[in-house]
Write a protein of this length. Structure first.
Ligand SMILES: [Zn+2]
Length: 80
């Protein structure tokens, strides 16, 4: 049997709880960033009517669902 005191049990419980919270925060933050990047790639703003829409297709010139004009995909600015 392992001999321990109440202090060690409380400290172990607090550290394990905080480690779990930190791990969940880390995982959800990574998922949120990945989803945000993917959503930004799909989101377009029409240059004619400023309507924002999402186009999941691979078309080079997506058609605006509001006014029907063709729009170029904006390439995100590259950071070095
Ligand atoms: Zn439009």
């Amino acid at each position: 049997m392992i001999r321990t005191t109440l202090d060690i049990i409380v400290v172990f419980y607090l550290f394990s709880f905080l480690a779990g919270v930190f791990l969940m925060w880390f995982v959800f933050e990574r998922l949120r960033l990945q989803h945000g990047k993917k959503a930004d790639k799909l989101r377009l703003r029409c240059r004619m009517c400023a309507h924002e829409f999402e186009d999941p297709s691979d078309a080079e010139l997506p058609v605006c669902p509001s006014c029907g004009s063709l729009n170029e995909r904006e390439t995100p600015p590259q950071t070095f």
